[in-house]
Every structure is written in structure tokens, then in C-alpha cells.
Design a protein around this ligand. Structure first.
Ligand SMILES: NC(=O)c1ccc[n+]([C@@H]2O[C@H](COP(=O)([O-])OP(=O)(O)OC[C@H]3O[C@@H](n4cnc5c(N)ncnc54)[C@H](O)[C@@H]3O)[C@@H](O)[C@H]2O)c1
Length: 252
């Protein structure tokens, strides 16, 4: 029960990595707010988790929606111990083919959405301390051609993580990131389906990773539990890479 009675928000937790994090947090005794733009999946996830989870509609691109969630947490719980900024979207283009609208769509969710959530919830967290966990990516420190501007946003997310970690360390708020490589979720399936031969694209992705497979959502969730818990009190402004060693592997 490493998160016993901690009040936790997990954005984008109706499905995928966020859902696995919400499940792990409840298993560890946390009280979890499943916050997702897709309220149907958010409700389904929360209902399956029982009394220790509630679903709230949230669009991280909408300042009013973010403020409404902060007001709700303040009114109902009076404190916030853990904020996991997991909601994210893939926006992949060639740089010169990227419209202003596509650039804005990517930044608004993957970078500004995280800042919006932090700005709205930090005042409550600063009262008693807490842990913010941002779900970044291997795109936060490497570039795969043709995936622009997603890596721009995810590189920025590490900068945001490090900045806030330093700014609020004296207030006992730790801010860390997790950078998964490929994770077996719907987002990855949609990426493979964008190729002529999705199963070949999937196998190619597996082969890129030294263990010959990709990460599961539950494996990201275990790191999120650790960073959110009191077992990581001196880990701050850090980034944990979960890619089976892919980013360390030498490529000819
Ligand atoms: N799947 C991967 O291979 C992988 C790898 C590295 C990093 N990531 C990152 O992990 C995070 C989760 O990815 P996933 O694979 O679980 O994706 P997913 O698409 O399966 O789930 C994302 C969730 O975020 C929600 N969401 C989208 N826009 C939102 C918004 N504006 N406001 C609130 N919620 C919103 C969606 O409804 C969905 O439930 C993302 O930040 C992604 O960039 C994923």
C-alpha cells in the first residue's frame, strides 16, 4: 500500500498507459481521479476500479476544464498528493508539411496541457508537498524522422519537468518524468496501422528493442508508483527511461 490514501490525478487514464497507472495506484491504496477527455472510457475505467476511483471529464487543452478539475479536487478532497500528466497524442509529419493547426494541436496537448495542469494544481500541492509525474517519451531525447512536431513537444516536456522540479523543491514538491520507448497501447497500434504492412511494422518495432519485445503499460505504471510514492523522496527533476535498453544500444 505504497500510495495509501494519497489523492491522485491521472490524466488520459480512460485507456492505455494512464489506465494501467490508475489501476496500479488503486492497488497501492491511492484515491484516483480518472481524468479523460473521453468520459465514456474514463467512467468505464473508474467503475471497474470501484470506490477508490472517480471519473471526471477533462480536456487538458481547455483552461476552463482544467480549472474546473482543480476546483473539484479542492472542494471534495482539500488536497492533492500526486499528479500524473499522461494525456498525450501523436502528431507525426514531415516538418515542412506541418500546418500551424497541427503544430498547435500537438503543443496544446503534449506540452501546454501539462503546464496548464501543473499551473492549476501546484497551488494545492504546495501546501503539503507532493509528486508530479510527467509521461514523456524516448522522443524526449532522440529524433525519429517524420514524427515532427511530437519530439519538439516531448523535448520541451523534459525542460518543463526539470524547471518545475527545481523551482518547487523547497516546497517538497518533486517533479519527474518517465520516458517509455514503444508501449503496447492503442496509440502504438494506430501508428503501425499507418504503414502498408502493419504486422511487419510491429515486428520491426519489436526488433528495435534489445529484449525483442516492447514495453507493457503495466511496466510504465510500476515506475509511476515508485516516483509517486514516499520511496523516492530524493528523486527530483529526473527522467526514468523505460525502453529495454534501446536508447543505449549502438546502431551501425
Ligand atoms: N504508446 C507508446 O508507445 C508511448 C510511448 C512513449 C510515450 N507515450 C506517451 O504516453 C502517454 C499515453 O499514451 P498511450 O499510448 O496510453 O495513449 P492512448 O491514446 O492509448 O491514451 C491516451 C489517453 O489520453 C486521452 N486524451 C487525449 N487527449 C486528451 C486531452 N486533450 N485531455 C485529456 N485527455 C486526453 C485519450 O482520451 C486517451 O484516453 C502519452 O503522453 C504518450 O505520448 C506513449
Amino acid at each position: 500500500m505504497r500510495l495509501k490514501d494519497k489523492i491522485c490525478i491521472v490524466t488520459g487514464s480512460g485507456r492505455g498507459i494512464g489506465k494501467a497507472i490508475a489501476e496500479a495506484f488503486v492497488r497501492e491504496g491511492g484515491q484516483v481521479i480518472v481524468a479523460d477527455i473521453d468520459i465514456a472510457t474514463g467512467r468505464a475505467t473508474a467503475d471497474a476500479l470501484g470506490d477508490r476511483a472517480e471519473a471526471v471529464a477533462l480536456d487538458v487543452t481547455d483552461p476552463q476544464s482544467v480549472t474546473a478539475l482543480a476546483d473539484h479536487v479542492q472542494a471534495v478532497h482539500g488536497r492533492l498528493d500526486v499528479l500524473v500528466n499522461n494525456a498525450g497524442i501523436n502528431v507525426f509529419h514531415e516538418p515542412l508539411d506541418t500546418s500551424d493547426a497541427e503544430w498547435a494541436r500537438c503543443m496544446s496537448v503534449d506540452l501546454e496541457g501539462v503546464w496548464r495542469m501543473c499551473r492549476a494544481h501546484l497551488p494545492l500541492m504546495l501546501r503539503a508537498g507532493g509528486s508530479i509525474v510527467n509521461i514523456a517519451s524516448s522522443h524526449s531525447f532522440t529524433i525519429i524522422p517524420g514524427t515532427f512536431p511530437y519530439p519538439v513537444a516531448k523535448h520541451g516536456l523534459l525542460g518543463l519537468t526539470r524547471s518545475l522540479g527545481i523551482e518547487y523543491a523547497r516546497h517538497k514538491v518533486r517533479v519527474n518524468a518517465i520516458s517509455p520507448g514503444y508501449v503496447e497501447t492503442q496509440l502504438a497500434v494506430e501508428y503501425w496501422e499507418s504503414f502498408d504492412d502493419p504486422s511487419a511494422a510491429r515486428q520491426q518495432t519489436y526488433d528495435l528493442h534489445p529484449p525483442g519485445r516492447i514495453c507493457t503499460p503495466g511496466e510504465v505504471a510500476m515506475a509511476a508508483v515508485f516516483l509517486a510514492s514516499d520511496e523516492a523522496p530524493f528523486i527530483n527533476a529526473e527522467n526514468i527511461v523505460i525502453d529495454g535498453g534501446r536508447s543505449v544500444l549502438y546502431h551501425e
